[in-house]
Design a protein around this ligand. Sequence first.
Ligand SMILES: Cc1ncc(C[n+]2csc(CCOP(=O)(O)OP(=O)(O)O)c2C)c(N)n1
Length: 793
Amino acid sequence: MPSVAEAPTSGPLSPDLLEKMNAYWRAANYLSVGQIYLKDNPLLEVPLTLDHIKPRLLGHWGTTPGLNLLYVHLNRLIKQHDLNMMYVIGPGHGGPGIVAQTYLEGSYTERYPAIERSRNGLHRLFRQFSWPYGIPSHVSPETPGSIHEGGELGYSLLHAYGAAFDNPDLIVACVVGDGEAETGALAASWHSNKFLNPARDGAVLPILHLNGFKIANPAVLARISREELTSLLQGYGYEPHFVEGDDPDPVHQSLAGTLDVVLARIVEIQAQARAGGATPERPLWPMIVLRTPKGWTGPKFVDGLPVEGTWRAHQVPIANFENPVHLKQLEDWMQSYRPRELFDENGKFREEFADLAPTGRRRMGSNPHANGGELLVPLSMPHFRDHAVELTAPGAVRAEATRVLGGFLRDVMKLNLGKQNFRLFGPDETASNRLEAVYEASGKEWMAAVEDVDIDLSPEGRVMEVLSEHLCEGWLEGYLLTGRHGLFACYEAFIHVIDSMFNQHAKWLKVSKTIPWRHPIASLNYLLTSHVWRQDHNGFSHQDPGFIDHVANKKADVARIYLPPDANCLLSVADHCLRSRGYINLIVAGKEPEWQWLDMESAVRHCIAGAGVWDWASNDAGDPDMVMACAGDVPTLETLAAVTLLRADFPDIRIRVINVVDLMVLQPQSEHPHGMEAQDFDELFTTDKPVIFAFHGYPTMIHKLTYKRRNHDNIHVRGYKEEGTTTTPFDMVVLNNLDRYQLAFDAIRRIPRFADQVATAEARYWTAMERHKLYISEHGDDMPEVRDWRWTL
Ligand SMILES: Cc1ncc(C[n+]2csc(CCOP(=O)(O)OP(=O)(O)O)c2C)c(N)n1
C-alpha cells in the first residue's frame, strides 16, 4: 500500500491567480445564495427589504460552497491541460451551485437565452430557482452539464463510472457526499475500480466531500479517524489525497496542488496502461478527500446558534425575515462576497474573472458527454431473423428463449466491437440466465486478480458482472446517459433491489423529453428472466413478478412492458428495444426449455400488433363462447394446455385464444400510445363474452389496464397471488390457481350454456389437481401427463 499522500503546504497558484479564483468562487457563492433567497434586487443595488425576499425559501446552502470551490479548481485544470472533463455531484441538492457555475461560464445562457449575462438575466436567474414553473431546487435534467440529479442519494459514483467506460479521453470528477457515502449503493460503488480498464476506459476522480454533516446528524466518515478512513479507502483500492481546512487561501493552494498531483497520476496510469504490450494491471487510482466546513462562508451564528460548519447549514441558514436582524444578516452575508467587484454596472460577470473558465465544449456545462444523445451512434444490428427457431407447426419444438437471445446478443456485441458502444450488465447471472453465447464475442470485464479456475474474465470484457444490482443499474444508466447502449439481464425477483433507481431514471427521461436541447438517448432495456414461474427450485424468496407493476406506474411516454411468449417473439422484441430511444423497456422471458409457438414471420407480426388472436389455437369461427387470453410464457403454456383439455372434454365449446405480448396495448389509447383502439379491443375481447386472462404477474395489473374497456366486468384474471415455495414447476401454477385445470374449470363456470356441466367439470378438474398433489408428494416431480404435455390440436 502506498503511504497516504499529504496535501502540499505551498501551492502552485500565483497570488494573482489565487485572488481571481477566489473571486470566481465568491461569485458562484453569491449567485447561489441569491438564487435561494432573492426574487429582486439581484445586485443589492438598494438596501435589502422584505419585498426582495422570496416568500418560500427552498434550497440547500450547506453543500454548495464546497461544490463551487471544486468547480472553480476543476476549471483551472481543464483550461491548463485542455481536459475533457465532466462533473457529477452526488449532493444534487447543491443545485444552485451548479446553476451558478454554468451561468458564470456561459453554458447556461446558451441553453436558456432569456437568462442573459446582465442584471436582467441575474434577476431571472434568481427568481426562477425553486419557483413555480421555474427550475427545481436540485440538479436536474434542466441543468446543463448534468447526467445526474442526485435527489436520491447514492448513485453518483456509479454514474461517473458508467460515463467513463469506453470514453478513454474523458475524466469524470465525481463529488461524493459524506452522507451519501453511507448508502449501500455508494458503499459498494467504490469497487467499480475493479471493472475499469485504464487502457480502454476514461478515468473517474472521486472527491469525497467531508463537510461533516447530513441534514441533522454528523456523517460517519467524518467522525472516524483519518487513519481509519485512509485504510478504508485504500482497502477499496484508492490512493486518498487529503485537502483540509477552513481558511480559503491555504485550501485553494492545497486543492490546486493536490489536483495537479492526482491529474499527473491519472495521466501516468493511463500512459502505462496504453503503452501496449503487457496486460494492464489494476492501478490504485487517486482520489481526493476534501474536508471543509458545511455552509462555508455562510453565517457563523444565527440567533446565537452555530451554523457554519454544522448541520444547521444544510438548507436555508437564515429564515424568518420578519426579524429585521435576519434581513441585515442576509444582506451582510451577501455583501461579504463583494458583488460589485465581481459584476459590472450592467450585471455582467467581469471578464478578468470570466476568463478563468474553459471555453466551448470544454466547459463542464457544455461537455457533450453530458447530453449523451448528441453523441449517440446507432448500434449496428444483426438480422434477428438469422437466429429464428425453426418451426414446422406451433408447439413442434422446445427451446430456451434466453439462450436463443444470447446468440443474438453475441452478434450485437460482435458487430459493435469497433464502435465500443454496447455492454451487457448482470449481477453474476449471465450464464445462469443462459446468455453465455455473448462470451464468444467478449469476456467479462475484470481488473482484479485472476485464478486458473476462472473463465471468460478479461480486462477487455464488455460483459459487466458484479453481484450488485445497484452497480449494474447505475453503470448502465451512466453509460446510456453519455450516449451508449446496453441491456441489463436480471433475475425477476431481485430487480426490485433497484426499484428506486429505476424511478429516478424514468423521471429523468420524462423531464428530458420536455427539454429541447436534450437529445434522445438509447432506452434502458431490462431482460427479466429466471422468473417467478420457474423459480420452483429456489423457492419463495425468488418468486416475485412485481416489477411489472412498478414499471406500469410510470408515464406512458417512458414505460414499455413486453411478455414474449416464445423465443422468436423475444428476438423480435429485443431487436425493437435495442433500436428504440428514450424508453424503459421491460422484457420478461423465461430461460427454461419451453414449447415454441410462432415461426419468425408470425412472431414479428404478433409483436408489431402487440396482441392478437392465435387462430391456430382457436375454434370460435367468429362467435366464441369465451376468450382465453394470456400474457407471459408460462401462462401461455397453461392456457394452451387448458384449451386442449376443454376441446377434448367439451367438444362443441368455441374458444378464442388471445396472446398479449405488449402489455400496454390493453390500455385505452388515451392512456398509452400503444393502447388499442376501443373498437379493435372490443372485436378481439368481445363486449359480452367471459374472458379468462392468465397473466404472468399480479392479477390486479390486468384489471388496472383494462378497467375502462367495455368488457371489463367479464375479464377474470388469474396470476401470481403470492403463493410459492420450493416445489415443482407445475405446482407453482397450481398454488396460484393459474394451472390448466383451474383455467379449464374457470371457463366452464363462466359460459352460461355450460351451466349444467359445471359440477362435472369441477369434479374432473379438481380430481386432476388432487392427483397432481399426491403424485408430486410421492415422486417429487410433475405428473408425466403434465411434464410431457404438448400441443396436439
Ligand atoms: C436516498 C436518500 N435518502 C435520504 C435523502 C434525504 N437527504 C437529502 S440531503 C441529505 C443529507 C446528505 O448529506 P451529504 O451527502 O453529506 O450531503 P451534504 O452534506 O454535502 O449536503 C439527506 C439525508 C435523500 N435525498 N436520498
